[in-house]
Write a protein that binds this ligand. Structure first.
Ligand SMILES: [Zn+2]
Length: 240
């Protein structure tokens, strides 16, 4: 009788654990103490794979360690429009965001379905969601490499580097689909064109131009030179 009760209790606990595992967010760390993933098991696996790919990319030329990072999968992600007051109307829906001050990525979860923002006008599928997550992780790894110099790099340069590496990491078919949107784009003729105005006019085109610029020479040298502020840079936020 006692044994039967214990079995029943154990069965109940196991059932509860299985129920919870399938319905509650899982907290994990990709085997790294500095990393936290808040999401379903599937999202957790995806985030760890994206982190490994991005770290592998940077490790090919550098001894980059895993950054301090929390990835939060959300049903919707918003960023505050620049210079706006605290108002829900000023919040813009995005696919993902990275905040260097809190080492945190907010990213659309796999169950988010369609999104109002369609990067490069392409469908929001698994490959695109994974690629956008890699984009945000690239920001985090660059923040890790640059340390307290990170905030000094103009925002447009941060986006240029993240997009260039993101597109370089894409599976071939997705990269071809993205580049096909701007077949005549050959890249920036001058690094002063990597500025907030050009970025804001058309972020999708800007990203392809950044990729073309990045891949027409020595990629590792381009990253090193940009993170060392050795290019001519125009920071629109500092203009009067
Ligand atoms: Zn970005």
């Amino acid at each position: 009788m006692v044994a039967t009760c214990r079995c029943a209790l154990r069965l109940l606990l196991v059932s509860w654990a299985i129920l919870c595992a399938s319905s509650l967010p899982v907290l994990a760390d990709c085997g790294r103490t500095s990393v936290r993933i808040v999401g379903t098991l599937e999202e957790q696996v995806s985030a760890c794979q994206a982190l490994d790919e991005v770290l592998g990319y940077f490790r090919a030329n550098d001894s980059t360690s895993a950054p301090e990072l929390t990835v939060n999968f959300q049903p919707a992600v918003f960023v505050r429009a620049g210079g706006s007051a605290i108002s829900t109307n000023a919040l813009l829906p995005v696919c993902g965001s990275y905040r260097a001050t809190t080492h945190e990525i907010q990213i659309l979860g796999s169950a988010a379905g369609h999104t109002t923002r369609r990067p490069w006008g392409l469908d929001w599928g698994a490959a695109m969601a994974f690629s956008v997550l890699e984009h945000e992780i690239i920001h985090a790894v660059i923040a890790q490499i640059m340390g307290d110099q990170y905030e000094k790099l103009p925002h447009a340069w941060h986006e240029a580097l993240a997009y260039a590496v993101q597109i370089d990491l894409m599976p071939n078919q997705l990269r071809e689909d993205v580049l096909a949107r701007y077949p005549a784009e050959e890249g920036f003729s001058n690094t002063l064109q990597i500025n907030e105005l050009v970025y804001g006019l058309d972020p999708d085109r800007f990203s392809v131009a950044a990729y073309r610029t990045y891949t027409r020479g020595d990629k590792a040298e381009f990253l090193r030179t940009a993170m060392g502020f050795e290019f001519e840079m125009l920071d629109m936020s500092l203009l009067p």
